[in-house]
Design a protein around this ligand. Structure first.
Ligand code: NAD
Length: 552
């Protein structure tokens, strides 16, 4: 492999090690997998997803990380500071093989302009959530979360499914591209507005999107026909949300649900009206201040239309991209009229330590994921889970190394992890499996516009929890642990942590997995117990989790 400039990266497959052990081979393959052109949005620039979320600071850092992982011993730990390897220390076999800190800034300095200044000096990178922690698995990683969210909307408002409803949303990128499939899996019609035609074409190739057009009248006609006939269809529209949503409102299109997943968290990654897609990145780089002001003004128009739909009785929610705050800064005062999706639908799941649990077959062999699917269904007798796994098998194209995701909670995850480890040991799975999770999580995130919005005790911005979570995972035997700032909602707005553990079939791995996959979701339960959630207190007492200040 060459050492400079853009190149095509693909993780090795099969059982031959390029590193000294699977504990180091796993982060090596996962870093490479993040940058696989089938996985990453802009791999030439090391950008994986979510605006500018990167896997490594630059190609020289990437090469150095790969080099260090190739020779790393099982009593050594590689330190990565915002995508750049900065040291290898002697530790021990229970210690993580890699410790990562991404994009962290001291409070008063935690702003986008200061971050960008430091980034231009080559001192930091934006790690997003799973990009800089090397457990991004393509759009499939978000599909189930998006499916669960729309299922919760359906349950709360539309009698259990979305048949005969129309959802309008924006942004068909790395994460947002899951929306059309998640809506149709729930039986509904989805109209998704995206400025970049290539993104829509890509999601169509991957079967996440059924069709697309650049004609608004055509898109509306198709959506209304499908809604009337109760057909589950997704339609892409090439257009700018700031133009299209006000127009849909003006035309009184009967929309049932409105949300958005443009990259609003980073105003340079939201295209304002009046700038052609081809000039976007050049314009943003040349005149960032003017671009940001125009992007915020467009977001204000976009969100004003969303609030217009809310006023007309539509179900409207923020899908975790900070668009409300950006629109507020763009001058629209009622931007917070609609809620974020976590307080609206997800928090009860966080109270039980539930969230997006994911795993990847390092062999590259889809049969290994098929075997884990059956193992999960055997372990957990749950109709909802079965429906999801079967739908995923049928509809979700693997991107890069085959992977699966499903929402499991405290008391469940370690059972899955240990079962996978047994299957690696006895050969039912051909090579080790890595097990991680998203940072959309109950215990490892402080994010007042998303995961911790509207906490019962007002502790939205308390960021001790993600730090404790990272320490807990380090103390429990995770294979790599990361602490990030600014993922999902942007610089200054979140602190979060990740863990990934390797099931390599050894007894040591079994002992580590049992602890990590119990303790990691335990921090979600404890965080919500502390905030006063009854559901979390019940979960803690059922599972014998010690919360010292709570007297049962
Ligand atoms: P991405 O950068 O890959 O995709 C964003 C898409 O929005 C791009 O395709 C872009 O062309 C399009 N876009 C930009 N401006 C537009 C406009 N004015 N009108 C229409 N389309 C426009 O980002 P992503 O990975 O898909 O993430 C999207 C957002 O969702 C981010 O803010 C991310 O942080 C957030 N996110 C939320 C969750 C969640 O769980 N809710 C998870 C991951 C990411």
């Amino acid at each position: 492999m060459t050492t400079s400039g853009a190149r095509t990266v693909r993780a090795p497959r099969g059982t031959t090690l390029t590193a000294r052990s699977w504990q180091a081979e796993a982060p090596l393959r996962m870093l490479m997998n993040n940058l696989d052109p089938d996985v990453a949005e802009r791999p030439d620039e090391l950008i994986v997803y979510g605006g500018t979320g990167k896997a490594a600071r630059d190609w020289a850092s990437y090469d150095a990380i790969i080099r260090e992982l190739s020779t790393l011993g099982d009593d050594e730990t590689l330190l990565v500071q915002s995508g750049k390897p900065v040291g290898v220390l002697r530790t021990h076999e229970w210690a993580p093989r890699v410790l990562i800190a991404n994009s962290n800034l001291v409070g008063d300095w935690a702003t986008w302009p200061e971050f960008r200044r430091l980034e231009q000096l080559g001192l930091t990178m934006y790690g997003q959530m799973t990009a800089g922690s090397w457990i991004y698995i393509g759009t499939q990683g978000i599909v189930q979360g998006t499916y669960e969210t729309f299922a919760a909307v359906a349950a709360q408002r539309f009698g259990g499914d979305l048949a005969g409803t129309l959802t309008v949303t924006g942004g068909c990128g790395g994460m947002g591209g899951a929306q059309p499939l998640a809506v149709t899996l729930n039986g509904g019609v989805c109209l998704i507005v995206e400025v970049d035609e290539a993104r829509l074409a890509r999601r169509m190739r991957q079967r996440y999107l059924d069709t697309y057009t650049d004609d608004l009248d055509d898109a509306i006609r198709q959506a209304e026909d499908a809604k009337r006939d109760r057909r589950a269809v997704s339609i892409g529209l090439v257009g700018n949300c700031a133009t299209v949503l006000p127009e849909l409102l003006r035309r009184d299109v009967a929309v049932d649900i409105v949300t958005d997943q443009t990259s609003a968290h980073d105003p340079l990654a939201y295209l304002p009206e009046g700038i052609p897609v081809e000039e976007w990145h050049e314009h943003a780089a040349a005149q960032p201040t003017e671009f940001v002001a125009r992007a915020r003004a467009s977001m204000a128009r976009h969100v004003e239309a969303m609030v217009g739909f809310l006023d007309a009785g539509t179900e409207v929610f923020d899908y975790g991209n900070s668009i409300r705050d950006e629109a507020r800064q763009g001058g629209f005062e009622r931007a917070f009229a609609f809620p974020g999706f976590v307080p609206a639908y997800i928090r009860p799941l966080f109270c039980a330590g539930k969230g997006p649990f994911r795993w990847v077959a390092l062999s590259g062999d889809p049969r290994d994921i098929a075997a884990t699917d059956e193992a999960v269904l055997e372990l957990f007798d749950d109709d909802h889970l079965r429906r999801w796994i079967r739908a995923a098998q049928d509809r979700i194209a693997f991107q890069g190394l085959p992977a699966r995701i499903c929402w499991l909670g405290h008391g469940e995850r370690h059972l899955a992890g240990m079962r996978f480890n047994e299957m690696v040991a006895d050969g039912r799975i051909s090579a080790p499996v890595v097990i991680g999770r998203d940072h959309l999580d109950g215990g490892s995130v402080a994010s007042p516009y998303r995961e911790t919005e509207g906490m019962a005790d007002g502790s939205d911005a308390i960021a001790d929890w993600p730090l404790l979570n990272a320490l807990v995972n380090t103390a429990s035997g995770a294979s790599w642990v990361s602490i990030h700032h600014g993922g999902g909602v942007g610089i200054g707005r979140s602190i979060h942590a990740g863990q990934v553990s390797v099931a390599d079939g050894s007894e040591l791995a079994a002992a580590k997995l049992e602890r990590v996959l119990t303790n990691d979701p335990a921090t979600a339960v404890l965080r919500h117990v502390d905030a006063g959630y009854k559901g979390a207190a019940e979960a803690a007492s059922e599972r014998g989790l010690a919360a010292p200040m709570i007297v049962n």
